[in-house]
Design a protein around this ligand. Structure first.
Ligand SMILES: [Zn+2]
Length: 419
């Protein structure tokens, strides 16, 4: 997930007082005690959820399950939208909305053996941490508001959203902030993703991904020798693009992750393709690398055409080379104002809990609201996790209660719990 860490600076004393006041409220203290007593139930939720496959674009069963849990917790307004996000809504006294969300999807294809299990207190299974831990925290926080009648002025929108991972390309959040009935009223967006309590993602790592497809006339390796070769074009383009200079600050990266093409050893291929990932904390750098990639492909085609023209009787061989850059991912980047209320509140909560956390940059559901200039942060669900995006993924619930207390206090302060 995260890439760049920065130390925190001082928080504001009035926010600190407000956090202390909230934490001292009897109903809040009861909710916190409940978090500590409830681990067996949380582990059950987490394993039940992780046993439901949720590949990108296949989150329906998981969304249905979360909707059932919302209802079982007593939330009255529960629903789903057109693309499969599931909601639980608690009306507040104000029109503004605090959304608390966790993504439902995993990176694992639907036929992945899930083998979700508990050994000692640790939980194991693909997606157990990313993001069954986040969804479990979402349910625990919703339950706390329902069971203990916790105050909130802003309305609370609990969201299990689709499409965070890979080719999902943040489609769940995109929909919420472009088409949903709450798109204008969500004032702050709290994203729960993965385990831990040591980060505050307030900087959105932008990325752009392409499938580059080069096509040519193809032909026989012997009789058509000299005809332009899309694999050679790609090879040269990769060579050229790989020499692009990138800065370490703002950190900028690129990767050729997949390459495909050709049909047999004695055929000049008709097409070849590659998948390219470009990331940077600077949108301008992403634009620059996008241009460099286009230039490398154009130049490579020109060179292959020149070679073909030289090598063969060009009247006999039309070059016919084409290249296409198909966008397969576009995650907008951006940064939250370091003085934003959500950051100040989170720092104050961390100071109250004696928790140390750092501002980090990552690619999460918070990218969408942050890139729109809205207030959003992503934090972990507590506990510890590892092996994300592998079959060996694990979650250790030690410290889960701390994570839930942190989320709850941040939520209470963001929602404005009246005096
Ligand atoms: Zn995640």
């Amino acid at each position: 997930m995260s890439q760049v860490a920065r130390p925190l600076t001082e928080h504001f004393p009035n926010v600190q007082q407000e956090v202390s006041r909230l934490a001292a409220m009897p109903e809040v203290r009861s909710a916190m005690q409940w978090f500590r007593d409830q681990e067996a139930e949380f582990a059950r939720w987490q394993m039940d959820l992780a046993r439901i496959p949720a590949p990108p674009f296949g989150e329906k069963a998981r969304a249905d399950w979360v909707g059932e849990q919302f209802r079982a917790l007593g939330i009255k307004e529960v629903g789903k939208d057109k693309i499969g996000n599931v909601f639980g809504f608690r009306k507040g006294s104000q029109d503004s909305v605090l959304s608390i969300s966790a993504h439902l999807d995993t990176v694992f294809p639907s036929n992945t053996p899930l083998n979700v299990r508990q050994q000692g207190t640790k939980l194991y299974g693909p997606g157990i941490s990313d993001n069954a831990a986040g969804v479990t925290a979402l349910l625990a926080i919703a339950a706390a508001f329902e069971n203990f009648g916790l105050p909130h002025e802003a309305s609370l929108l609990f969201i299990g959203n689709v499409g965070e991972e890979g080719e999902g390309d943040l489609r769940g959040m995109r929909y919420i902030f472009s088409d949903s009935e709450w798109k204008d009223s969500i004032r702050t967006c709290l994203v729960l993703d993965g385990a831990g309590t040591d980060t505050i993602v307030a900087e959105a790592l932008g990325s752009r991904r392409f499938e580059v497809i080069v096509r040519g006339p193809g032909g026989h390796s012997w009789s058509d020798f000299g005809a332009p070769n899309p694999i050679v074009v790609l090879g040269r383009a990769i060579h050229l693009f790989s020499q692009t200079r990138v800065s370490s600050s703002p950190k900028t990266t690129f990767n050729i992750g997949v390459i495909r093409g050709g049909t047999s050893v004695n055929s000049i291929p008709e097409s070849a393709s590659m998948r390219v990932d470009i990331r940077s904390s600077s949108p301008a750098e992403i634009d620059r690398l996008d241009l460099e990639l286009r230039r490398a492909i154009d130049l490579s085609i020109q060179e292959e055409e020149a070679r073909t023209a030289q090598q063969r009787d060009s009247s006999r061989y039309r070059s016919g080379l084409t290249a296409e850059m198909v966008p397969i991912g576009n995650r907008p980047g951006g940064e939250l104002d370091p003085n934003a209320r959500a950051v100040q509140i989170t720092r104050a909560v961390d100071a109250y809990l004696g928790n140390s956390a750092q501002i980090q940059r990552a690619s999460t559901d918070a990218n969408i609201p942050i890139s729109m200039g809205r207030e959003a942060i992503a934090i972990g669900a507590g506990g510890n996790g590892g092996g994300a995006h592998t079959l060996q993924e694990w979650f250790d619930p030690a410290g889960r209660a701390l994570g839930l207390e942190r989320i709850l206090l941040i939520s209470l302060a963001l929602a404005g719990a009246g005096r």
